[in-house]
Write a protein that binds this ligand. Structure first.
Ligand SMILES: [Ca+2]
Length: 469
């Protein structure tokens, strides 16, 4: 059932406004064949359980001789030695590749200034990692100047990048279009994070257990949604004997995905984030300021009605984010029926399902697609023209797309660092307490490369039970 719903969300989305840019392209089909030295294969022990095809005909890991690559990254921390992380040490052990770090400073401005000087010279790094070190304008400019290498032929070659081909492209063939520049070439690698249900930037989640307890269906229209909220507000939906402790709809002012403005999508206005939204919108080829529109007035009237009826959390305007989190983390019972969020949290998170946005008469829903889900969050890794062995580098970076490597690059080594555990083949990530964070900090490899790094966690990884959310 849950999968069916998710698929419905996806099917709907594909028919909706897709705010993720899928740039038209060509030139990605031409796969070059590499000279296979056909060295002995499958002799390494780097494969983790359940992963196949991590070996290539041409390049076998661990390499016979240590290969060093210089990775440039943006990092705000003082201690800039990602090579000291347990993850980098594991990479060295498993693949015999040493990463040498070149700091690009602490922000994008410093990074681009430094890259302007270095690129095209012999001092340029082999690669640039992390989205903050690059932006689309400079990516296109550097590519045009020949400072960056087109990566198409590596990405589409299963001998060089078996993991990327099997895990990423096979599941999402349109991804290559999404990460291509207008010249048809790909210069930059994506990060893919497919938390189930997060096809949208702010998907709508509803408590299925509450619906079941009250004999209700998933609402598909505004009227049905309001009837559900009325039932949540007046009945004992969470079944604890108290009819007054249910919050039908919860939202948090200024929050990333849990913001009330996410509901504007029902009126055809896709909003990315209540904190940063500028409400300038393109409609029928004209630029409009959303608050002056009829759809916005309809939306405001509806929100007023939801607030007055006690369907929207009474502390929406005054409650702190701590109070908001406390309600979500209440262990006594599920306390909220509906929210928009990347994913629901708290002890009852598994009671929530993502739903297709209900329809409002006269409007067509329009939602932001979550780029990290659909086409990959791009701009995470570029190879410079100074790299002498791009094929080997790409074969190495291919391993970053293994589920376990992505998890450990982001969270630290399982069972050795606190944020990640591995038990009976199942990974689980943990949130550190404030005390643990203060005492230990985090030494995750990813932190040296703001904001993300190449990697991939797929919906199937969650659904097959390899990761506990
Ligand atoms: Ca109750």
């Amino acid at each position: 059932m849950r999968n069916d719903r998710k698929k419905r969300v996806l099917a709907l989305l594909l028919g909706l406004t897709a705010a993720a840019s899928l740039t038209a392209c060509g030139g990605t089909e031409d796969t070059s064949s590499i000279n296979s030295q056909a060295s002995s294969q499958n002799e390494s022990s780097v494969q983790s359980e359940g992963e196949e095809a991590t070996e290539t005909d041409a390049i076998t890991f661990p390499l016979e001789e240590t290969q060093t690559f210089v990775f440039a990254g943006v990092c705000g921390a003082d201690n800039e030695h990602p090579e000291d992380t347990l993850y980098a040490q594991k990479l060295l052990e498993n693949y015999n590749v040493q990463i040498e770090y070149l700091s690009l400073g602490s922000d994008q401005e410093s990074a681009l200034q430094k890259l302007n000087v270095l690129l095209g010279t012999n001092d340029a790094p082999d690669a640039i990692m992390g989205a903050l070190a690059m932006n689309e304008t400079f990516l296109a400019m550097y590519a045009q100047e020949g400072y960056l290498m087109p990566l198409n032929d590596y990405l589409t070659n299963p001998d060089i990048m078996p993991v990327f081909n099997e895990r990423v492209i096979a599941n999402n063939p349109d991804l290559l279009k999404g990460i291509s520049l207008p010249d048809g070439n790909i210069y930059s690698l994506p990060y893919i994070n497919q938390v189930p249900g997060t096809y949208l930037e702010s998907p709508i989640w509803i408590n299925q257990t509450w619906l079941d307890n009250l004999g209700l269906e998933v609402p598909t229209t505004l009227e049905e949604l309001e009837a559900v909220m009325e039932a949540f507000a007046t009945q004992d939906a969470n079944g604890n004997g108290d009819t007054t402790d249910e919050i039908p709809l919860i939202a948090c002012v200024g929050s990333g995905s849990e913001h009330l403005e996410a509901w504007l999508s029902l009126w055809g206005i896709a909003t990315k984030d209540g904190t940063y939204e500028n409400y300038v919108y393109l409609k029928d080829g004209e630029v409009i300021f959303v608050p002056t529109t009829e759809e916005y007035k309809d939306y405001i009237k509806t929100m007023q009605k939801w607030y007055e009826n006690g369907w929207l959390w009474s502390e929406y305007f005054t409650g702190s984010s701590e109070t908001f989190k406390a309600i979500q983390n209440d262990t006594s019972a599920a306390k909220y029926g509906i929210l928009t969020a990347k994913n629901p949290v708290g002890p009852f998170a598994d009671q929530y399902v993502a739903i297709v946005p209900p329809t409002v008469e006269g409007y067509t829903p329009s939602c932001y697609v979550n780029p990290a889900f659909m086409s990959g969050s791009k701009g995470q890794f570029e190879v410079t023209s100074n790299c002498e062995n791009p094929e080997l580098l790409m074969a190495f970076i291919d391993k970053f797309y293994l589920m376990e490597n992505t998890l450990e690059a982001y969270n630290g080594i399982a069972n050795e660092e606190l944020k990640l555990t591995l038990e009976d083949g199942v990974y689980e990530t943990h949130t550190l307490t404030a005390e643990q964070s203060a005492e230990l900090g985090s030494n995750a490899f990813r932190l040296y490369f703001s904001n993300n790094i190449p990697g991939g966690i797929l919906e199937s990884d969650y659904e097959s039970g390899k990761i506990i959310m």
